[in-house]
Design a protein around this ligand. Sequence first.
Ligand code: F6R
Length: 664
Amino acid sequence: MCGIVGYVGPRDAAAILMDGLARLEYRGYDSAGIAVLNETGAMRLEKRAGKLENLTQALVGATMTGTPGIAHTRWATHGRPNDLNAHPHLDCHDAIAVVHNGIIENYLELRQELTARGHQLHSETDTEVLAHLLEIEMAHDGDLAAAMRRMLPRLRGAYAIVAMAVAQPDMLVGARSDVPLIVGLGTGEAFFASDITAILRYTRRMVTLHDGEVATITPQGLILCRLDGSPVMREPLTVDWDAQMAEKGGYDHFLLKEIMEQPIAVRRALQGRVREEQGMLQPWLEDFQTWVATGKLATIRRIVLLACGTSLYAAQIARAQLTRWARLPVEAVVASEYRYEDPVVGPDVLVIAITQSGETADTIAAVRLARAAGAPVIGITNSVGSALTHEVDVTLYLQAGPEISVPATKTFVASLVVLTLLSLSLARAATAGQVSRYDGVGPSDRELPDASVTANTAEIRDKALSEERFSLKNTGLDASGISAILSELEMVPALMDEDLEIATQDFSIVRQVARSLARCQSVMFIGRGVGQVIASEGALKLKEVSYIHAESYPAGELKHGPIALLDPDTPLVAIATASATYQKIVSNIQEVRARNARIIAVATQGDAEISEHADDVIFVPAIDELLTPLLAIIPLQLMAYYTARERGCAIDQPRNLAKSVTVE
Ligand code: F6R
């Protein structure tokens, strides 16, 4: 949401800023603007509502030369998305320009005060007050950084702010609170940006700002200090992404490129995290091992996974893995709800927060609450130095490379890989007695009749265990079980290649299905177990890129209401991959077929039965049931992509969506 770019250095700022804004488009925005100090030191400003192209057109023939400069893409919160409300905003004398992401909660109060003092404010935004407050503060000593330090304590809310002043043309000053802002360090030049993708072409050396710090950048580098003026020393990080990773690389859309990159994303997520020990493969997450060594894990009684959207679906799959493999009590909670449900949380609850952007406000807020209650927190993110990393005890990076398209794809599978490794690490710790398993009796012992009660007990038990063999008799994974899962996990990139090849062949079944879905008003998705989570993620992908209404249900729930919606115009996508509940899903499909709905099934290669029950079948390679989501999600992502293409939708930047949701 909203994007900031700032440049100070010897080059003309405008081209660099416009290029940076283009690379931030994926964050979501509805207007854009740029301000540059020209050769005579005067402020030049252009702002336009709508797409960046409108601003580009406005700059044709305009003499937007000089340096430094700041630029912004705005996602409207206060005031409509029009030219006037677009950033940058100026003070009374066109001497200070400000861009801002986030929300200034007390802006009305500040605005009244400024108006009473004779300041003229022209826009409906909360941001404009910042330019005027800086004007007042700068009048004291002419120092923009000092003015910023004096202004910040007056603000309530969340913000990333970058300012530029005619009086100090060799610098930009920035600060943040709960909203991302980084500094990029080049040679003889420096940058501000909302995220590294905006400036990857120029530098990979970056410094993340923390709340309560003020950063001054000049061609010579960065001066970082706290609000009291005391200096802060922070070494720059070097990100291992390169500029090419943030290009389309010959694909029509980033979404397709990122879907196709998933085998690489899985390889990268696994990199350095599996090793051979005593002849067996073991998950090796260095940070996690520290927890084992310090005994931190020994106190854990329960696990809470926190996330939103697609990351929440990754969490739900991890929940199934932790339950089955580690036998630990675990819940996956919608982060935006967590704070308001008065959660039972303390030092014996291990919190695992998943957010690819590392900036999702709801997830960060939930983490803060848990941490304040003493819970140890592991954060999983793709974004080096993001807000999440400042809030957690341990960060595990996805290592997926930049994801530009708004819908999450490769970060989803990378999250699944990291969560799988974490689940296996916890299973291993549970086997070694480093974390306590749930002590009660397993469901198989509780639910099945006692052997002495009836003559056919053994028969009943055998039947139950063969149908639900994974979930009922499970006692967690031992070392060889962990090793077996890891071997399969290591095969995933190769299986994904196969999966993608089948799914993307010309005139493949996926494209055929997409063509028929493109004409529908509504699509229903069902599944069981992790299949139901795949169904939910498939429905989310379809609705967000193609704008077709899509709902997902646990298959058993269909007949409790949603089946009423089915008719020949409402297709059903059923996740019918090999699992303990395969026969049950087949029964659900038959119930639907009896209502004449078209059935599209995702099934495991080698399944000879499914074609009798479904109109279209998309096969995926066979793998352990709890790893299936890594493979079964691919045809659903492609189905969403091709459906959206058929419908001519804005695939990489769906309407109303933003890549990083920094407001609650
Ligand atoms: C869906 C999608 C969103 C995000 C959600 C959380 O394709 O991208 O649902 O998954 O906004 O984002 P992160 O993972 O950045 O916290």
